[in-house]
Structure formats: structure tokens, C-alpha cells
Design a protein around this ligand. Structure first.
Ligand code: PAF
Length: 569
């Protein structure tokens, strides 16, 4: 885009005969405003007008009708349109220009003075005429090049049309709380004014910017209750706002990264676990005996018990598992135990984020019945000497890089949790795809009577898979980490384009990582069932990767769909 310095043409507006074609809101508003500005305006006319006798014709018609309307115009006059997104090719063979007011036009008309205007011209004379019209209306003209028109117009829609959609959604939710739309108006005005005066970074306030997850969970539950169709929009907005807030403020509001909020010692002491009792409506339990006693009655009554095993530091990924369990089951148990047996590195265990009271509030917010948060001694009493180990599927990928002990730690604790809770169904995230495959194998091989549900990976707005470890990323590394998602997408895109050689698809993924100097621990295309590398892409294939980004180890994966699916992670 280029701001134009405009010097007026020698013709005065009064001598310029301007025909306006299109009797809609814009044609009517421009005919009035340009006539007031001194042009000799005829119209607005119907779409078949030929513009004979005019020096210039301005088409104010929907984009799809520009070319047909242009075909009616007799050769001679300059021919313009008022579209934001459409190029000048539609006006061929005329000497063409465009003038798109960056202003909303309602049935009441529009205030053009002071607004921006995108202009273009096929010749210097046509461009100069568009600039002259903009200046006559008091608008700030900006030349927008043909390839940039789509982005320009998308920005205009986001800033104006989509804002109205958001306010309509806010109005609906407010109405459910007995608050009138009018009462939101000063808030909306002040927000837009702050955005204009202070810039987006300083204008952003509210629970996401403060990192107040408990409030976000409450808000979401309310939206789900009063306007469930708005929940996906709410989730997207939270996610996009999170990404924006994180990029805006490196230090953020994140005291969790240091554990400073709880004075965490990382030794399995009471500080690792939520306060007993817990938030209203949810029971926090610390011992196996107590948990079994609580679950006795529901089990006898044949009620369906769902378990979500976690290590805490809840994010939207965990909450999505809990919500799913809440939908499917009568009783929802979430276990919160940072399992020392699955960490191969004491430093990693110590650094693992912990915020138990916050976690308890989040779990209560999504309707969890029991938060089971045992101590290390409760789980591994003195003399503990048993290990559950799954072979084969544990060996490649994470097994090769973190060591077999990692999965032995996982399968041992998960077996214990299944025995402690006795769930009908247990929920795991697709993000830990190998872990999910290992647990399916464990349950099958040991005939453990539990159904395993693997739920989709939840991603930030920019594609980064949600993980408790993301909070350790510096702002710069947080941006670099988005390459993991791009890498998986590149593999999928290659396969969608017909590539069946896993090596070639892998190279495409690798290129995305190396472009931002990330050297992965592994990038592979593997069988979704066995996790073994595949020779050819067919059937259920997963693209999997792991990389250390700025000291933080991240993993991600993407089911690859050879036949037509977009497979967008
Ligand atoms: O995925 C996790 O958070 C853990 O590996 C699990 C399944 C809770 C076992 O500690």
C-alpha cells in the first residue's frame, strides 16, 4: 500500500460529468456525497446503464455484477468500481479505476469524510481520478496493489463486519443475564477508542490478559448454558486472545512457570496437591481408601465412572477431556499426580509446572466430581517393587529418546490408577499418541475392563499443540515452536498432493523445522497402530515429531490422510 500525495487535476468537479450505476446503499450515498462535493452527477442508475455522455462512470454494484455492468458501458468514459476485493480486470477493456471507501454504509447512509479509501487505476490518469474523488469526499486515499486486495478487504471485514457479529453474540449472552444491549454500548465505544488511541497491546484487558483461567472456565460454562452454539466461537476467541496476550507481554501474568504461587518444592509434599475438600461441588480426595469408599455406591448403582488421568497444570487440552468425560459419564474422576517414575531426568521433574489449587478450581468449573490427588507415599509406599512394562510399541520414538523407563513409569501408574478408580472409561489425549497406543496395548494384553477414549489434540490459535510445558517457552521460542505444527501440515500437504514416499513427506516436514533452526529429535511417518516406520503411505499413518525448543521439549503428531482429507492439524 502507498499513501498518495494528491495534486488536483486541472478539471474542476463541476465540469466532470459522473454517472453512478447501482441504486443500492453505496450508490445512493456516493451519488449524494459527490453531488454535494460539486460533481455533475447523474444517477444512481440501473445496472444496464451505458453511461453515454459521462466523463466517468462509477459502478456501485455487487462484485459478481461488475463485469456484466461494465459490458453495458459504452467506450470512452473512465470506468470505475467500488469493490474492495475485486481487481480491475473486471473492467476490461475500459480505462479503469476503483474507489473503495473504508467505511460502513447502512440504510441511513455513511459519513465518508475522514475515512480511508483504497484506490487503484489501470493508468496514471485513472488512478489520479480515483484519488480526486476520494479527496473530494474528504477521504484519505491509499493505493492498494492488485495482489494485496484480498488481505485489505479481509482486514476491513474483520474490523467492521465481524466486530458486529461479535457484538451481536455479546448482546445475546448479555440478554440471558438480563442486561440490555444498550448497556454494552459505552464498553464497546471505550474499547474501540482505546484500541485506536493506545494500540491493541495496551487496549487488551480482561481475564485472558490476566491469566485468570478460573474466570474463563466460568464464563465458558455460562456461554455453553445460555447460548451453546456460541461455545466454539468463544473457544476460538479465548485461544486467539491467549496467543495475542502471550506475544504482547513476554513476562505475562504467568507466575506458574516458576511455581512461585504455591512455594512448590517438587518433592511430593502437600504443596503439590490441592487443599483437601476443594472448591464447592467437587471433592478433593487424597487416599485410595477414601476414593474407593466414595465410588462404592455409584458403582453398585451401575453408574458409569469416567477417569481422566493427569499430571496437573491444566490447560484447555485437559479441560476438553474432562468435558468429554462429563458428557459421557455419571461420575467423573480426575487424577492429579506428577508421577516421578516416568521422568528420566530429575531436573525435568522439578521443573514440571504445578498449580494444584488453580487446577482444582478449573476442574470444579467443568463439573468434575472427584479430584484424586494422592501423595507420592500413597502411590509408592515404602517397599514398592512392582513394574508394569509393555514391549514393542514402547520402543521407538519417545521410548528411544526418553528411555524405556519412561513408558514403564506410565504403564505402572496408569495400571495402578485403573485399579484404584475402577473406571468404565478413561480419557487420554491424541497429543501423546504413542502413550495412547501403549495404553491401548496394556489394556488389551492385561484384560483390564476399561474403554480407552483418545480425544483430539487441542491447539492454540496459531496451531501450537497445548501442553503444560508451553509455559516454559520464551516469547521468541513460542513463535518458533509454531513450526512444529507447520511441519506436520507440510507432511500432510505433500501426501494430499499425491506423495506416498514417507521419506519425501518427512523431508518436507523437516524443512519447516530447519527454516527456524529447530533440529528435531525425530520426525517420522509411522504406523498409527505399532508406531513402526512405514515404507509407503497407506492406511493409518501418523506423522510424529519431537524437538527441544529453547530448552523445552515438545512433541506433536498428526494423523495423515492419504485420500483427500485436509488433515489440517
Ligand atoms: O499424560 C499424562 O499426563 C501422564 O503420562 C499420565 C497418563 C497422567 C500418567 O502419569
Amino acid at each position: 500500500m502507498r499513501e498518495l500525495e494528491w495534486t488536483s487535476s486541472s478539471d474542476t468537479p463541476a465540469r466532470t460529468r459522473l454517472a453512478i450505476v447501482g441504486r443500492g446503499r453505496l450508490g445512493t450515498a456516493l451519488a449524494g456525497a459527490l453531488s454535494q462535493a460539486g460533481y455533475d452527477v447523474s444517477g444512481p442508475m440501473g445496472r444496464g446503464a451505458d453511461g453515454r455522455g459521462a466523463d466517468a462512470v462509477l459502478l456501485c454494484v455487487p462484485d459478481a455484477e461488475i463485469a456484466p455492468a461494465a459490458s453495458h458501458v459504452a467506450p470512452g468514459p473512465l470506468l470505475g468500481h467500488c469493490s474492495g476485493a475485486t481487481g480491475l480486470g473486471e473492467l476490461t477493456p475500459h480505462e479503469g479505476f476503483s474507489l473503495h471507501p473504508l467505511m460502513t454504509v447502512t440504510a441511513e447512509g455513511a459519513e465518508f469524510a475522514g475515512a480511508g479509501a483504497a484506490i487503484a487505476g489501470t493508468t496514471p490518469r485513472a488512478l489520479a481520478f480515483a484519488a480526486e474523488l476520494a479527496e473530494a469526499l474528504g477521504m484519505q486515499a491509499v493505493e492498494v496493489a492488485e495482489p494485496d486486495r484480498g488481505a485489505y478487504h479481509a482486514a476491513a471485514s474483520i474490523a467492521s463486519n465481524f466486530l458486529v457479529t461479535l457484538e451481536a453474540a455479546a448482546g445475546r449472552v448479555a440478554a440471558a443475564a438480563g442486561v440490555q444491549r444498550e448497556q454494552l454500548v459505552p464498553l464497546v465505544r471505550a474499547t474501540v477508542d482505546n484500541w485506536a488511541r493506545l494500540g491493541p497491546e495496551r487496549a487488551l484487558t480482561g481475564p485472558v490478559a490476566r491469566g485468570d483461567e478460573v474466570t474463563i472456565v466460568r464464563q465458558r460454562a455460562a456461554v455453553e448454558d445460555v447460548a451453546p452454539d456460541l461455545t466454539p466461537l468463544f473457544d476460538e476467541l479465548v485461544s486467539a486472545t491467549r496467543a495475542f496476550a502471550a506475544a504482547r507481554d513476554p513476562s505475562g501474568t504467568d507466575t506458574r512457570a516458576t511455581g512461585a504461587r504455591d512455594g512448590y518444592a517438587g518433592d511430593g509434599s502437600a504443596g503439590d496437591r490441592p487443599r483437601p475438600g476443594g472448591p464447592a461441588g467437587m471433592n478433593v480426595i487424597g487416599t485410595v481408601a477414601e476414593l474407593r469408599a466414595e465410588l462404592l455406591e455409584p458403582r453398585r448403582a451401575g453408574r458409569r465412572i469416567g477417569l481422566v488421568p493427569t499430571m496437573g497444570a491444566f490447560h484447555e487440552g485437559h479441560l476438553s477431556l474432562m468435558r468429554r468425560a462429563r458428557r459421557d459419564c455419571d461420575v467423573v474422576v480426575v487424577s492429579l499426580f506428577v508421577n516421578p517414575a516416568q521422568f528420566n531426568d530429575a531436573g525435568d521433574l522439578d521443573a514440571y509446572p504445578r498449580d494444584p489449587d488453580h487446577d482444582a478450581a478449573l476442574a470444579a468449573g467443568v463439573g468434575v466430581d472427584y479430584l484424586f490427588a494422592p501423595s507420592v507415599d500413597e502411590v509408592y509406599p515404602s517397599g514398592f517393587a512392582t513394574e508394569v512394562s509393555v514391549a514393542g510399541v514402547t520402543e521407538p520414538l519417545e521410548g528411544a529418546h526418553r528411555g524405556r523407563a519412561h513408558f514403564d513409569g506410565v504403564t505402572t501408574i496408569v495400571t495402578k490408577l485403573f485399579n484404584m478408580v475402577g473406571p468404565d472409561v478413561a480419557y487420554f489425549g491424541q497429543k501423546d499418541a504413542q502413550q495412547a497406543a501403549v495404553i491401548r496395548r496394556l489394556v488389551r494384553d492385561l484384560d483390564i475392563p476399561v474403554a480407552i477414549e483418545v480425544c483430539p489434540t487441542v491447539r492454540e490459535a496459531d496451531g501450537l499443540a497445548m501442553s503444560s510445558r508451553n509455559m516454559h517457552l520464551s516469547p521468541a521460542d513460542r513463535v518458533r515452536a509454531t513450526a512444529l505444527h507447520r511441519a506436520l501440515r507440510a507432511a500432510q500437504d505433500a501426501v494430499s498432493a499425491g506423495e506416498r514416499d514417507p521419506g519425501a513427506a518427512r523431508e518436507r516436514a523437516l524443512a519447516e523445522l530447519t527454516a527456524v533452526s529447530i533440529e528435531p529429535e525425530y520426525v517420522e511417518l509411522v504406523s498409527a497402530d505399532t508406531l513402526a516406520p512405514v515404507d509407503r503411505i497407506a492406511g493409518d499413518v501418523l506423522a510424529v515429531l519431537a524437538a527441544v525448543v529453547g530448552g523445552t521439549r515438545l512433541i506433536d503428531n498428526q494423523p495423515i490422510q492419504p485420500n483427500g482429507g485436509t488433515g489440517r492439524p
